[in-house]
Design a protein around this ligand. Sequence first.
Ligand SMILES: [Fe+2]
Ligand SMILES: [Fe+2]
Length: 164
Amino acid sequence: MDKSELVSWSSTFSVGIKQIDEQHKELFNITNDLFNHCVGDSESEKAYFKKVIQGAVNYIKVHFATEERIMLKTKFSGYTDHKREHDMFVLTVVEQVRSFHLGHKFDLTHFTRFLKDWVLTHIAISDKQYFEYFKRIATRRADGKLVITMRDEQHGFTAGDQVS
Ligand SMILES: [Fe+2]
Ligand SMILES: [Fe+2]
């Protein structure tokens, strides 16, 4: 099957922290894979959705947990609102998956577009807001990329730290 992209990664989506960008790229991959299985045949679309959706939901939860953990370590002021956005999204997806398993009407194209719209908007607007906080504890590697190591997380941010 020819692969086409519903969403294409570009630097405009970068939040500046390597492992978060990598998780976001994987969310793009998940979205594009769903898109490539919108073939117009309801039976095969449902079979694909059934096969992959739990893994996708799990990945999304791991990603949200990563961001939320670092938000707490960096004392990100928007934590509560951001977590609420994550929680509402998970609730909506879980509800759609539940409805699917109950055999209610399901449209893979509709689901994929919903996922795409949420992911793009959330990354471009909400996720970008934590960069100034995340870089407080990040380490700059030799290649110039900012990463957050286990050690950075353990150390966290304290009031006396320099913000640069
Ligand atoms: Fe994110
Ligand atoms: Fe987020």
